[in-house]
Design a protein around this ligand. Structure first.
Ligand SMILES: NC(=O)c1ccc[n+]([C@@H]2O[C@H](COP(=O)([O-])OP(=O)(O)OC[C@H]3O[C@@H](n4cnc5c(N)ncnc54)[C@H](OP(=O)(O)O)[C@@H]3O)[C@@H](O)[C@H]2O)c1
Length: 304
């Protein structure tokens, strides 16, 4: 093989680059000479706009597109279904068509919400989907469009993302703990928290293997190691943050999901089984507790 070609960095174009996973991918990708990262946020590339997609793909000619763009306001989606499908389904279709024209493989993120949560032991990639709301359905339809249009794709379903930015459970819990003496959290909703940085690690590790010839296209699950519930996760967040900050909270109250009414229905158990990722790529789950500790260091160093 041509040595120049071998040493040339792999060009990855990231859509939705300012989101949780997009930002983590930028940081990690830019730290490695293996990658040449082209981060495009919504202001630079709106994935609902085919013309813009075609123009930017032709301009940059990336080796891979990683789609981190999504409309993931789960409750808002119930009354903004048009916007939600435009991004999560039709936007994915538009990207897949453009990638297909230029023979560019695509990595895409999806969600545990494609399942209805009735399997208490968790879900494999082969389990039947049953999306409960507009967001969940739009993500499932997006997956299906990608499967139909672009054989060279990776769909990575992830769950319960957290990072130092955006609207995530960790930051919402910290905010609530600054303002309330009593914190309520749902104790019968089980899942696996996952740091956005960890997802970025997994995507880049998969991408390297694919680039080196692994013929492993398809759908995979990834989440942080260890099952928990929202109430216990909330406690862990406060313990981890308690090393840096004193909170107002005097009492935590476990509540039932039946008493926590939201516009969109959510799966009660959304545990992703990640054995396929381990057997095909050799990638192991990282404990989310360790990632949570790292996150606290980042959050509180930022505030100094
Ligand atoms: N967050 C979770 O807990 C979770 C769980 C499971 C799966 N996922 C999936 O994982 C992926 C990454 O999630 P995340 O938490 O990193 O999402 P995020 O932080 O919400 O980032 C998504 C990004 O996409 C941008 N975006 C929205 N519409 C767009 C459009 N039309 N064109 C281009 N960009 C657009 C958003 O910009 P604006 O903010 O400016 O709209 C945002 O920067 C998504 O596919 C999501 O569905 C997330």
């Amino acid at each position: 093989m041509d040595l120049d070609l071998l040493l040339k960095p792999v060009k990855i174009l990231i859509t939705g680059a300012n989101g949780q996973v997009g930002t983590a991918l930028q940081l990690q990708g830019e730290n490695e000479s293996f990658f040449n990262v082209i981060p495009l946020d919504k202001s630079k590339l709106d994935i609902t706009d085919s013309e813009q997609i075609n123009e930017l793909l032709a301009q940059h000619l990336p080796d891979y597109v990683i789609n981190c763009a999504a409309f993931d306001h789960i409750d808002e989606a119930e009354h903004k279904s048009e916007t939600c499908y435009a991004v999560n389904t039709e936007g994915v279709e538009k990207l897949a068509l453009a990638c297909g024209d230029l023979n560019i493989p695509m990595f895409h993120l999806s969600t545990d919400y494609v399942f209805d949560g009735h399997y208490a032991s968790g879900y494999t990639e082969d389990d039947e989907v049953a999306p409960l709301g507009v967001y969940a359905d739009s993500k499932w339809q997006g997956e299906e469009r990608l499967r139909q249009l672009l054989p060279k794709h990776i769909i990575l379903r992830v769950s319960w993302l957290f990072s130092e930015q955006g609207n995530n459970f960790v930051l919402r819990t910290l905010e609530a703990a600054r303002q309330s003496k009593v914190l309520e959290a749902v104790s019968d909703r089980r899942g696996c928290p996952t740091s956005a940085a960890d997802v970025a690690r997994v995507i880049l590790a998969m991408l390297k293997q694919i680039h080196n010839g692994a013929d492993a296209w398809g759908t995979y699950h990834y989440c942080g190691a260890e099952i928990t519930n929202r109430y216990d996760f909330c406690k862990e967040i406060l313990i981890a943050a308690g090393n840096y900050e004193n909170f107002e909270v005097e009492k935590m109250v476990p509540i039932s999901s039946k008493d926590y009414v939201t516009e969109a229905q959510r799966p009660n158990t959304s545990i992703l089984i990640c054995k396929k990722l381990l057997s095909v790529f050799g990638i192991r789950q990282k404990p989310w507790r360790q990632e949570l500790q790292w996150l606290m260091r980042i959050i509180y160093n930022q505030q100094k």
